[in-house]
Design a protein around this ligand. Structure first.
Ligand SMILES: Nc1ncnc2c1ncn2[C@@H]1O[C@H](COP(=O)(O)O)[C@@H](OP(=O)(O)O)[C@H]1O
Ligand SMILES: [Mg+2]
Ligand SMILES: [Mg+2]
Ligand SMILES: [Mg+2]
Length: 359
């Protein structure tokens, strides 16, 4: 990609920032007891989540000081837990990109532990449809991360409510775009040889993948695209591992209506978006379990763009595009239906049949 393409600098920094944060998450998995602490919502939050968020925000602040940031985590808990703060600080200050120039491009090291806490808290923007806003999920699929399954480091840039740049680091997905999705991908992934992929997209410029471990100087990547499926019966569909995050029963009924016979592939995180974008799967269904749950923008911003740039369509269960411009949540949407553009209407029709029958 030429350096004069729109958003080339944002893409470059976002890729480096996600690569660096992924190094930290892998270190946490391999080196540290994966202690979890309860957040108000009871989801597991690890030192990896906080550390990765600090590193990504530091990179954004250095390069784009005026941009707003919406990030999942906040530092409040670290301010009252000296041990936890120090554990994270040890990791953060010692996690660097191998290439000195790339590390420099991200602004280098954070000054001290207090600056780290302040950086984490700079992800507190309320979002909206004005100006430049980054969305960060430092570890998406925390539960997958903890069990050695799929997780993703997610970063998206929205401008006036539209996602323009999306980057997903997936340390436990196969590098090979053509590797078929194994049914047990949600639980046995390890970030060993042959694993770790970085998905990227810029609006209007297509989607790419490249090894997450590629030298951080390397630009570009392989173009990826969704599979064109002649018959939906041959499709592979993905869904969350967590039964509380999407309605497995409804999704099985939808698959059956479409004539799909292969069992669903269950995996955590936006690795689902990346996987269908490169044709390793075809459809991602996320039907609401709880009617009141509002999806978070950081759980979808990068994946939505990567799938659409790879030839897919992404809507909610009512057929509306995801609206990233109204705040920290997708309050205008319910659920997610992602499929190859040419098949999306059929999939959506099956979704609506099943939902109507449920009432
Ligand atoms: N009731 C619910 N319905 C849908 N998504 C939920 C949910 N409760 C939590 N989540 C979100 O689901 C994300 C994981 O998605 P998936 O199930 O596809 O792996 C979590 O991200 P984190 O792991 O970053 O907290 C969390 O934000
Ligand atoms: Mg969470
Ligand atoms: Mg998430
Ligand atoms: Mg998260």
């Amino acid at each position: 990609m030429s350096s004069s393409s729109a958003y080339s600098q944002e893409l470059y920094i976002a890729q480096l920032a996600v690569q660096r944060a992924s190094i930290l998450t892998k270190r946490v998995f391999h080196e540290k007891a994966k202690g979890t602490v309860d957040k108000n919502d009871k989801s597991p939050v690890t030192i990896g989540d906080f550390g990765a968020q600090a590193l990504i925000i530091a990179a954004l602040r250095h390069n784009f000081p005026d941009d707003a940031i919406v990030a999942e985590e906040e530092a409040a808990q670290l301010r009252t837990d000296e041990n936890l703060k120090n554990t994270i600080w040890d990791l953060v200050r010692s996690t660097k990109l191998d290439d000195a120039a790339s590390e420099q491009a991200l602004g280098g090291a954070i000054k001290d532990a207090d600056e780290m806490l302040d950086l984490i808290d700079q992800g507190n923007s309320t979002g909206g449809n004005k100006g430049r806003i980054w969305a960060i999920d430092p570890i998406d699929g925390t539960k997958g991360f903890l069990r050695g399954g799929q997780y993703a480091v997610c970063l998206g840039l929205m401008v006036d409510g539209d996602v323009k740049v999306g980057v997903l680091g997936c340390p436990n997905l196969p590098v090979d775009d053509k590797a078929p999705l194994a049914a047990d991908i949600g639980s046995n992934g390890t970030d060993d040889e042959g694993h770790g992929v970085l998905f990227s997209a810029v609006l209007g410029q297509g989607a790419t993948s490249r090894p997450l471990a590629a030298s951080s100087k390397e630009q570009g990547g392989r173009a990826i695209s969704m599979r064109s499926i002649d018959s939906l019966a041959d499709a592979t569909f993905c869904e969350s591992v967590e039964a509380g995050h999407s309605a497995h029963g409804d999704q099985a009924n939808i698959a059956q209506k479409l004539g799909i016979t292969k069992p669903s592939v269950r995996m955590d995180s936006q690795a689902k978006y990346g996987s269908i974008a490169r044709g390793a799967g075809d459809i991602y269904l996320r039907l609401p379990v709880k009617a009141t749950y509002q999806e978070k923008i950081w759980d979808h911003a990068a994946g939505d763009l990567i799938v659409r740039e790879a030839g897919g369509q992404v809507t909610d269960i009512h057929g509306n595009r995801l609206d990233f411009g109204i705040g920290r949540t997708l309050a205008n949407n319910k659920g997610v239906v992602a499929a190859p553009a040419a098949s999306h209407a059929k999939v959506l029709a099956a979704v609506q049949e099943v939902l109507n029958a449920r009432q």
